[in-house]
Design a binder for this molecule. Structure first.
Ligand code: ZN
Length: 208
């Protein structure tokens, strides 16, 4: 039997999603055949608008409806404390705890030499430029990172670059790099940690 093209196309689209194998892709597609057309239209609309109705903040790379994002635009927050994370989901996880009043910077990845991801593939050099900017008010950079090998590489690269900046620019000599960690299990993902653990990890940050 030949599978209709419309079905085959959707199966292939699902298969491209992370964590979805061929069997799940088939099951999801055939499940959707039973869903009323109105629901399907809503679903298709949401997918269609996902990128059209969102924008990357030009200050921190977070995804929001406005640029700058609501966090960067908030004058109540402490813009001298910059929390560096891997992905937008990490911001959502840390914001849930409500304990952190600084601002964020999203790298959209991490340095991963084994998979050929170097500093140029993520937003790390833009971060260096931001720190270097003459209007920068950053006093502390917190590495809120998942404790993995790739993040060690990322943290080391950043620490080296910042160290270099500090020798070049007297204004940056007191800039601190800290990292959260206490309570975060090795190999755990930030987005899965509970609020209390995250808050404690943030309070217990230490000099990198
Ligand atoms: Zn922002």
């Amino acid at each position: 039997m030949i599978i209709p093209k419309a079905i085959q196309n959707l199966i292939e689209s699902f298969e491209k999603l992370p964590g979805i194998g061929p069997k799940t892709a088939q099951r999801l597609t055939f499940y959707l055949l039973h869903v009323p057309q109105g629901e399907l239209d809503k679903f298709a609309n949401s997918v269609q608008n996902l990128k059209n109705d969102t924008i990357l903040c030009s200050v921190c790379n977070m995804i929001d409806e406005t640029d700058p994002c609501s966090i960067c635009a908030d004058s109540q927050r402490d813009h001298s404390i910059l929390c560096v994370v891997e992905q937008p989901l990490d911001v959502l996880a840390l914001e849930k705890g409500r304990g952190f009043k600084g601002v964020y910077y999203v790298l959209h990845g991490k340095i991963d030499p084994l998979n050929n991801i170097g500093p140029d593939e993520i937003y790390i050099n833009q971060l260096i430029s931001r720190i270097k900017d003459k209007d920068s008010v950053i006093k502390e950079i917190i590495l809120a990172t998942n404790p993995t090998m790739e993040w060690e590489a990322t943290a080391m690269y950043l620490a080296k670059q910042v160290g270099q900046l500090k020798t070049e620019n007297i204004k940056l000599k007191d800039l601190k790099i800290t990292r959260i960690g206490r309570g975060l299990p090795v190999g755990a993902d930030l987005e899965y940690a509970d609020d209390t653990t995250l808050q404690r990890a943030m309070e217990g940050r230490s000099q990198y």
